[in-house]
Design a protein around this ligand. Structure first.
Ligand code: FAD
Length: 263
């Protein structure tokens, strides 16, 4: 007596990354280069690594946290996590299994949907895979950094910056790069860092803009209002073509230049 199943078309719309759309600047290759690039990017975002906090500051009160995941392996590797927390001016935190099963940190220090909700500035996850339950506890963090030896770890799709590498190789380099040779000064009261937007990368085709109206000609779209087929490059537009917004002639458009690192 059950009614027949009705097949639905489509279903749920695809969701984006759990921690929101992030910058996704993932550094691979030479770990020394990767560490330098990461620290330079964080400093550019406004993080001052000459200041520090008590590493046992409650997770929700700390401006920054270093988070140990199950990928760190043996307990002795917590020493590297502690050193990194000191140099980064951060408190120590973990994923749930590291607190609950491995018991490397107290239970009130793990982040996630059943743990602490970290909404402050800087999250640095080491050997954390990025399970949905974990990411739910960090989605309001200003900056997410991931260090993981698997390029396919889901945390990278939710990170502003990442290094693909073995933490045993990356962490000593990162600790050294953050160390200015002096004792850390007490951190000033926390100011929330604004979440940075992903940078606009250069499109495959040259981009031309009409400066007067801000209209950008997109070759993928073409201009159906003037009978221009999608896929028509700017230089193949007919001479009679004008900006559909301002009526400006083709010659008045200028080519948008993208910096090298956005190509
Ligand atoms: C109801 C429910 C609630 C949950 N709530 C939470 C929660 O609040 N918080 C939470 O954290 N989890 C929670 N979990 C657990 C969650 O599903 C994951 O199992 C957990 O987050 C995984 O922890 P992890 O990333 O540390 O470990 P793993 O998933 O085991 O990931 C380890 C990562 O380390 C990497 N790695 C291994 N070796 C190295 C190396 N040498 N160098 C660098 N990287 C390395 C691996 O590539 C891997 O990505 C919950 C689960 C359930 C069912």
């Amino acid at each position: 007596g059950r009614p027949p199943r009705v097949k639905t078309v489509g279903g749920k719309s695809k969701q984006g990354p759990i921690a929101g759309v992030r910058k996704g600047e993932i550094f691979e290759g030479d770990p020394k280069e990767a560490v330098k690039n990461l620290v330079a990017a964080l400093k550019k975002d406004g993080y001052d690594f000459t200041v520090g906090i008590d590493p046992w500051t409650p997770v929700t009160e700390a401006e920054r946290i270093v988070v140990a995941g199950r990928g760190i392996g043996d307990k002795e590797n917590m020493k590297l996590i502690e050193e990194l927390a000191y140099q980064a001016g951060a408190a120590i935190s973990s994923s749930r299994p590291v607190a609950e099963t491995l018991k490397y940190v107290p239970l009130d220090r793990y982040v996630g949907m059943s743990g602490q909700n970290f909404k402050n500035n800087l999250y640095i996850g080491v050997g954390v895979s990025g399970a949905g339950q974990h990411l739910k506890g960090i989605r309001d963090a200003s900056t997410i950094v991931a260090i993981n030896n698997s390029k396919n770890a889901p945390i990278f799709a939710n990170a502003d910056y990442g290094i693909v590498g073995d933490f045993k190789e990356v962490l000593p380099l990162l600790i050294k790069e953050l160390d200015n040779g002096e004792e850390k000064k007490p951190a000033p009261p926390m100011k929330k860092v604004k979440r940075s937007k992903p940078r606009k990368m250069a499109p495959k085709e040259d981009l031309y803009v009409d400066l007067g109206s801000g209209y950008e000609y997109d070759p993928e779209v073409g201009d159906p209002t003037q009978g221009v087929e999608p896929g028509t490059p700017f230089d193949k537009l007919p001479d009679s073509w004008v900006s559909p917004v301002s009526g400006e002639a083709k010659e008045e458009f200028i080519k948008v230049e993208f910096p090298e690192d956005r190509k």
